[in-house]
Ligand binder design. Structure first.
Ligand SMILES: [Zn+2]
Length: 243
């Protein structure tokens, strides 16, 4: 049992060091993540507007062809007016002329609206595009800072990771799972010791009877206040001395 407890405590010490390395990165990883998201959303917006612009242009060209077609019809209908033989034919022709004229007006209005839309889309892109280069510059700076920190700690981190997997390999799966669960719940510190009768994780007093039990190193106890795993000061000292 003593081995199980000290192995867990050793794992905590390794994780503490890894956490410290992680902390040196500060808010850089989060900043890089945010900047990438912002750049992505601007790029998406620009792309969307581009698609909308292209579609509007296509529609305008289509409408222009339609207008030409209706205009040609009008010329034809108007020349036919001179050849009508009865009222029925005359009414049918004027109806066709009215319809073609209405269509031309409708299509011309639609194209005016599309033209305005294209201008608005262009303005929107012009608004956000300068931000893109600002964010990209910021991202480059943060990424290179982060890279420097990671590279500087690379060797140490690899050593620690290696050490960690060796320790994990000799731990019981259940102990490891419990450790990881508490570690996640307690902000990284899963296993602590007792100092001056208090849990060193939350500084609440551990009842004397429980302290005695913990000193026997016979099983894992949780702090009643914070839930962290507790080991005796002897185990803590032994692991620290040999670390
Ligand atoms: Zn505690």
């Amino acid at each position: 049992m003593i081995n199980r407890l000290s192995t867990l405590y050793r794992l905590q010490m390794i994780d503490d060091e890894l956490d410290q390395l992680e902390e040196m990165r500060g808010d850089l990883p989060a900043a890089v993540y945010d900047l990438k998201n912002q750049i992505d959303s601007i790029r998406n917006l620009v792309e969307q507007r581009q698609v909308e612009k292209d579609e509007s242009r296509k529609k305008m060209i289509f409408n222009e062809d339609e207008i030409e077609r209706h205009k040609a019809d009008l010329v034809k209908f108007k020349s036919q007016l001179y050849q009508v033989r009865n009222n029925r034919e005359y009414d049918a022709l004027t109806k066709s002329i009215d319809k073609a004229e209405e269509e031309i007006v409708r299509l011309e209005n639609e194209n005016k609206a599309l033209d305005l839309l294209i201008e608005r889309l262009k303005a929107e892109v012009a608004d956000v595009e300068p931000q893109l280069s600002t964010f990209q510059e910021e991202l480059d700076i943060k990424e290179s800072e982060l890279k420097k920190i990671i590279e500087a700690n690379e060797r140490e981190e690899a050593k620690l990771t290696d050490k960690r997997s060796q320790v994990v390999s000799i731990l019981k799966q259940g102990d490891y799972n419990q450790y990881m669960r508490v570690r996640k719940a307690c902000n990284g510190k899963a296993i602590v010791t007792i100092d001056r009768s208090a849990c060193t994780g939350c500084f609440n007093v551990v009842p004397p009877q429980r302290q005695l039990e913990i000193r026997q190193n016979k099983r894992l106890y949780n702090c009643e206040s914070c839930g962290r795993l507790l080991v005796s000061p002897e185990i803590s000292k032994e692991v620290k001395d040999s670390y």
